[in-house]
Design a protein around this ligand. Structure first.
Ligand SMILES: [Zn+2]
Length: 132
């Protein structure tokens, strides 16, 4: 099992901020440890059209590989000094993680090097649209 710090470091390794006028891409990175033990990475895209979160990108790569269940997920943002900050997933990502597979409610969301919660703790009173 990968540690929180290993996944935080992997998520931070893909952060490469790219500015397009007023928009930023790649300033948040995500790492997802899938059930099969593979790690998928992704970065965010904040664009004039609908962008996407780093978690969505990493989870999208996991789905592209045919996997829908994950063990742990993390997203990080690097500030101008290069300091890494762990981010809690937005509401859309939380819902997506659950709708991909209801068993993901028991998966871990990393909030810091020594802090982890289950997805279920981040989604009280949830409704899963994908009935299983
Ligand atoms: Zn999100």
């Amino acid at each position: 099992m990968m540690t929180n710090t290993e996944l935080i470091d992997l998520a931070a390794s893909v952060v490469k901020t790219h500015r397009i006028k007023d928009f930023l891409c790649g300033d948040v990175g995500s790492a997802v440890l899938s059930r099969s033990g593979k790690v998928y990475l992704g970065v965010c895209a904040d664009l004039g059209c609908n962008g996407f979160c780093a978690e969505q990108n990493a989870l999208g790569s996991m789905m592209t590989d045919g996997e829908y269940r994950f063990v742990k997920v993390v997203a990080v943002w690097k500030d101008e000094q290069g300091i890494v900050h762990v981010l809690s997933p937005c509401g859309h990502c939380r819902q997506m993680m659950m709708d991909m597979d209801k068993d993901n409610l028991k998966s871990e969301v990393i909030l810091d090097h020594d802090k982890t919660v289950t997805l279920e703790e981040l989604l009280p009173h949830h409704t899963c649209w994908r009935k299983q």
